[in-house]
Design a protein around this ligand. Structure first.
Ligand SMILES: C[S@@+](CC[C@H](N)C(=O)[O-])C[C@H]1O[C@@H](n2cnc3c(N)ncnc32)[C@H](O)[C@@H]1O
Length: 287
C-alpha cells in the first residue's frame, strides 16, 4: 500500500519503489525499471542514486507526485510521455502528446542514410514527418556538413522538434507542409520517412500504449498505405538523380511498398529487417 499521510518514516525511496513495482506488475512488462525511472525523474537524482540509496527520504508532496506518475503509468501512459523525454540515437529528445515517441527500430533509417554518406560530404537530406525531430537531428549530429530539412504537418510537433534542435545546437530547416506540397524547388540527395502506416481498423490502435500517441502520427488509412502512396508518388519531383529513399513501414507492408517503389521507377529496391527480424524498412534508388 502507498504510505498514508504523516507516515513520513515510510516515504523512503526504496519503500516507494517496492510499492510502485507491485502496483505496475500487471500493466507493465518492466515494472521495476519503470518505478526506478519515474523515481529518478521526480527526485532529479540519477537512476543509479535511486538504486544505491533506497533509504533516502522523500517529502510527502514529492511522494504524492511519484504516486500520481505511477498511477498514470498503470493506465498505459508511456514512460516517455510521463517524463517528457526519450533517448534516440544517443540524443535526449523532448517529446509531448503531439509527437510520436521515437522507437528504437527507427534508428535503422538513420543507419541507412549514414551508411551511404561520408562525414565530409555536404549532401542534402529531407526527413518527411519529423515528429519530435528524431531522425533529422540524429543525422545532423553525425553529418554536420549536410543540409537537413525536416517537414511535418503538425505545428505542435514542429515546435517540439525546433526546441530539440536548439537544445542540441543542431541546425535544421523545419517546415510545416503536407508532405512535399510546400517544398517548391528543393532537391535532395536522400529522403527518409517514417510516415503513419497503421491500418485504421488495427486493434493495436485501441491498445493502451498507442492510445496516448497522436493519431496523425499513426493512422495510415484503411490499408495503412495512404501516406506511403502519396509520398512515393511525389518524391521523384524532389529527389536528385541517383538519390536514395529510405522508408519505414509495417512488418506486413514490405511487398506492397516494394511494388509501389518499383512501379514509380525506383531501382535497387530492398527491404531490411529490424532487430526483431521483422521487415521494417525498404529503400530504393531514384533511377
Ligand atoms: C510515425 S510519426 C514519425 C515521427 C518521427 N519521424 C519518428 O520517427 O519518431 C509520423 C509523423 O508524420 C506526420 N504527418 C502525418 N501526416 C502528415 C502529412 N500529411 N504531412 C506531413 N507530415 C505528416 C505526423 O505529424 C508525425 O509526426
Amino acid at each position: 500500500m502507498f504510505p498514508k499521510k504523516n507516515q513520513n518514516c515510510h516515504l523512503e525511496i526504496g519503500h516507494l519503489i517496492e510499492w510502485a513495482t507491485l502496483s505496475l506488475a500487471t500493466n507493465s512488462s518492466s515494472p521495476r525499471l519503470d518505478a526506478e525511472v519515474l523515481m529518478a525523474e521526480i527526485t532529479h537524482y540519477p537512476r543509479s542514486t535511486v538504486m544505491a540509496f533506497p533509504e533516502r527520504m522523500l517529502s510527502q508532496s514529492v511522494g504524492e507526485s511519484f504516486r500520481a506518475l505511477v498511477e498514470l503509468r498503470g493506465k498505459g501512459v508511456s514512460i516517455a510521455h510521463l517524463t517528457g523525454h526519450k533517448e534516440f540515437y544517443s540524443l535526449d529528445l523532448k517529446v509531448s502528446s503531439n509527437t510520436l515517441v521515437p522507437r528504437p527500430e527507427t534508428e535503422m533509417l538513420v543507419d541507412g542514410v549514414l551508411s551511404q554518406t561520408d562525414p565530409l560530404q555536404a549532401a542534402s537530406i529531407l526527413d518527411l514527418g519529423t515528429g519530435c525531430g528524431a531522425i533529422a537531428l540524429a543525422i545532423k549530429k553525425q553529418r554536420p556538413n549536410c543540409r537537413v530539412v525536416a517537414v511535418d504537418l503538425s505545428l505542435e510537433a514542429l515546435r517540439i522538434a525546433a526546441e530539440n534542435g536548439c537544445l542540441l545546437g543542431l541546425e535544421i530547416e523545419w517546415l510545416c507542409s503536407r508532405w512535399l506540397t510546400s517544398l517548391g524547388n528543393y532537391s535532395f540527395d536522400f529522403i527518409v520517412s517514417n510516415p503513419p502506416y497503421v491500418e485504421r481498423g488495427d486493434v493495436h490502435l485501441l491498445s493502451q500504449e498507442l492510445s496516448y500517441e497522436p493519431s496523425l502520427a499513426l493512422d495510415g488509412g484503411l490499408d495503412g498505405l495512404d501516406s506511403i502512396r502519396e509520398i512515393i508518388a511525389s518524391i521523384p519531383n524532389v529527389l536528385a538523380t541517383g538519390g536514395m529513399f529510405f522508408l519505414e513501414h509495417g512488418h506486413q507492408q514490405a511487398l506492397d511498398v516494394s511494388k509501389l517503389l518499383e512501379e514509380a521507377g525506383f531501382s535497387g529496391v530492398k527491404t531490411k529487417n529490424d532487430l526483431a527480424g521483422c521487415d521494417r524498412m525498404t529503400l530504393g534508388k531514384w533511377l
